[in-house]
Design a binder for this molecule. Structure first.
Ligand code: MSP
Length: 526
């Protein structure tokens, strides 16, 4: 029988403006995409996780000029000094880091627009309007305040009049509404979906897709005097990486993608992007998922209002895994939230150091003390043991469904609640009291209790691996699971729910403390 191909999961982040150094806002989307990608890999799916940088446009050109560098030199240095180190620091395991200056992207973008031009979707016209260079977007009156400032960046928009090429976006209103109707979760959450439906219903205008006043961009293939508008170049990064023209068979295997972002760029992704794909006769994305803003002082945290915090300020004190856990669990995915050091410290202490860290070290210490570090063979399960094993099955199901619904925080919460239940089980079962009795029956009961704890931790390592890769690996090693069960990477989410996976005889060692205590006043640099 032919093998059924593994299900594909293609997840993307926006490609960030290369000039804005990484901050906890861009890191939020990237970490979420990484957790989702890792989880889907643990399901055994064929995963492709794409992130990268948006490197063309007027903003990049002006900043490079200010720095006294050519745009290419400037962007090259930012990738090496800023972007890749930030994602390495956060343990982001992308399959590709795409740059819009990459040769394969440039070539496939030109081919895409040439095809749309040949098919009659592009025409020449003149455009006059207010343009925000920070958004790289033309603005309507509704997008500006009374003084002509862009509402997003609170800076003046500029009047631009140019002869440009236009894309017939206005022809796609009905087709887009039909798509939102046929695929109800195409835009999520619901508030974002409603907003876009209303926007499209109010009527779409054709889109200016080229600029002639500067040349830092991809040349319009049929008109060397113009470069493509930075957004319609950037949006195509997703299909370039998937090799839309370079390898159509590969593209067909992995497309369509799930796009993560915040609402600032939702219209581009849920209106312009699917319309471009429809015009090219391609399948629209699978889903556009909008998460909330990280706020500072009630406003979206951003470099442009000097509120950006770099992840290293937090990682330096709390470590990469706690960083990932905090942002992914403590902030409901989809809601706006303010970052606070106090909250981070409380979550670190209660959930990581006290709940998970303590559990791991107690269990290893007891197996060390009572069984010389060897996992003893369990006897028959008592009701309490069985209840924990049943809870594990429900936990895995809850977490896995939450991931399918993009509720990352719920998935992590389910595992955290399970850890709490295992701690409760130890308190109730009092293995230290059972250990006082030397009878064969009591020894067997002690073995069963500690096996139940170790087996629970084995499942926790698999479930937390996507969010805390190094902690889960340390836990896996300390349980002797690598020798007993195999590499952590090879474990499936489904197998996390199985009971009796760890083999009796496994060597359990009390490894290093997973989450060392951190003083309450320890903050960045403090
Ligand atoms: N270059 C465009 C995207 C092109 S994609 C084809 C762009 N870049 S950006 O650097 O401004 O990134 C915006 C995205 O960064 C948001 O949609 C969100 O994913 C993330 N975030 C930036 N600031 C954020 C917060 N304060 N909070 C949450 N996410 C944030 O737009």
């Amino acid at each position: 029988m032919p093998e059924t191909p593994a299900k594909s999961f293609f997840i993307t982040t926006p490609i960030y403006y290369v000039t804005a150094a990484p901050h906890i806002g861009s890191a939020y989307t990237t970490t979420a995409a990484d957790v989702l990608a890792r989880w889907h890999r643990h399901r055994g799916e064929n995963v492709y996780f794409l992130t990268g940088t948006d490197e063309h446009g007027q903003k990049v050109m002006r900043t490079a000029q200010k720095n006294g560098q050519s745009p290419q030199e400037f962007v090259d240095s930012l990738i090496e000094t800023e972007w890749k180190p930030a994602w390495d620091l956060l343990d982001i395991k992308y399959d590709r880091f795409i740059r819009t200056t990459d040769e394969d992207h440039v070539r496939q973008v030109q081919e895409f627009w040439q095809r749309l031009y040949d098919a009659g979707y592009v025409y020449e016209g003149e455009y006059s309007g207010m343009y925000c260079v920070d958004c790289e977007e033309f603005k309507s009156d509704d997008d500006l305040d009374a003084d002509g400032n862009c509402l997003v960046h609170e800076r003046p928009a500029e009047m631009i009049t140019e002869k440009n090429w236009f894309f017939k976006l206005s022809e796609f209103g009905d087709k887009l509404l039909a798509l939102y109707d046929e695929v109800p979760d195409f835009i999520a959450p619901q508030t974002s979906r409603n907003e876009i439906i209303n926007y499209v219903k109010s009527g779409l205008h054709d889109l200016s897709i080229s600029r002639s006043s500067f040349d830092w961009g991809i040349q319009v293939p049929w008109d060397s005097s113009q470069v493509l508008y930075v957004w319609i170049d950037a949006l195509l990064n997703y299909t370039s990486a998937a090799k839309i023209f370079d390898d159509p068979a590969e593209f067909a295997k992995i497309w369509p993608a799930t796009h993560l972002m915040s609402r600032d760029i939702l219209r581009f992704h849920s209106v312009i992007w699917p319309a471009m794909l429809m015009a090219a006769g391609q399948q629209p994305p699978r889903r556009v998922y909008v998460h909330g803003y990280l706020l500072v002082g009630g406003k979206k945290m951003a470099k442009s209002n000097a509120t950006a915090i770099h992840p290293r300020e937090i990682v330096g004190t709390f470590g990469t895994d706690a960083y990932r856990y905090y942002f992914m669990k403590a902030i409901p995915f989809g809601s706006d939230a303010s970052f606070s050091w106090e909250h981070l410290h409380a979550v670190y202490t209660d959930e990581l150091a006290n709940n998970l860290g303590n559990l791991a070290s107690r269990v290893a210490a007891m197996i060390g003390k009572y069984f010389d570090g060897e996992l003893a063979k369990p006897g028959a399960l008592s009701d309490a043991d069985g209840t924990l094993a049943d809870l594990l099955v429900r936990t895995v199901r809850t977490a896995d469904v939450a991931i399918s619904n993009m509720q990352v925080h719920e998935a992590i919460s389910a595992t955290h609640d399970f850890v709490t239940a295992v701690n409760g089980y130890i308190t109730e079962q009092q293995p230290w009291s059972v250990a006082k009795d030397d009878s064969a029956l009591a020894r067997e009961r002690l073995a069963t209790i500690l096996y139940t704890c170790a087996e629970s931790l084995r499942a926790v390592a698999v479930l937390h691996h996507s969010v805390m890769p190094s902690t889960a690996t340390k836990l896996w090693e300390s349980l002797g699971a690598h020798e007993s069960v195999g590499p952590l990477d090879a474990q499936t989410i489904a197998s996390a729910a199985d009971w009796g996976v760890l083999k009796p005889g496994s060597k359990v060692v009390k490894g290093e403390v997973l989450f060392p205590r951190i003083e309450a006043d320890a903050e960045a640099g403090a």
